[in-house]
Design a protein around this ligand. Sequence first.
Ligand code: IPD
Ligand code: CA
Length: 262
Amino acid sequence: MSDFLRLAEDIAREAGDMLLAKRPTMSEEIETKSSPTDVVTALDKASEELIRERILAARPGDRILGEEGGEEPGDSDVRWVVDPIDGTVNFLYGLPEWAVSIAVEVNGQVVAGVVNLPARGEVYTAALGEGAWLGAERLRCNTGVPLAQALVATGFGYGVSRRAVQGQVVAAVLPRVRDIRRGGSCAIDLCSLAAGRVDAYYERGINPWDYGAAGLVATESGARLEGLHGRPVSPEFAICAAPGLFEELHDLLAAQNPERDA
Ligand code: IPD
Ligand code: CA
């Protein structure tokens, strides 16, 4: 295991233990961000602070991008990409699908990723070129699944106009696939794909902290992760599935023009 991966895993486990111990009730004070449904709890911030402190203690000078605190300036080739809680709404409602996600990039390429699901006791890890793992189990995504039999995970943004388009897109996808899942965490959706618990995933509007670590878990399990029309994965669009299913789902989604919202 690389030093980066070992450090990322230690930190993600420490943050996860802290969050599990201090899990909030719905009465907790929450703030909102981009829309009234886009919440951030005090524990999102506490988790990110802990993670930033631990990274900088071990690797002073590295850059850090976190969902809550933005980008730490620096000129290092190494950047840590942190989601202190992915699935904040699940966290708030006492659902188990939330995760601490930490990716390590070197010169813009993710080389190590950890997604810790404390409430499920699962830790997903991946290192570039070395595979994806759930604990000690090597992960391989499902292959050979036709679109009509695919279980497809997706998610929705917090903005009203984007959601209206996402509703139209999912209405076109639903009759063409086995079923849809909306788990509430992009990072967990991508790890679930790697573990064969869903066959495909797509979403518009996810950010590097959502997909950085889990994207490597998915690709190291054999999946393809890209945007539309051969573009790299980005906040514009993400599609992930094994080759074959990827192309089928891509063509269905591209025909819906899913990037048309304002
Ligand atoms: C959200 C989750 C959700 C996805 C949203 C993300 P957050 O992240 O990953 O599944 O649909 O696009 O913003 O707000 O829980 O950190
Ligand atoms: Ca997130």
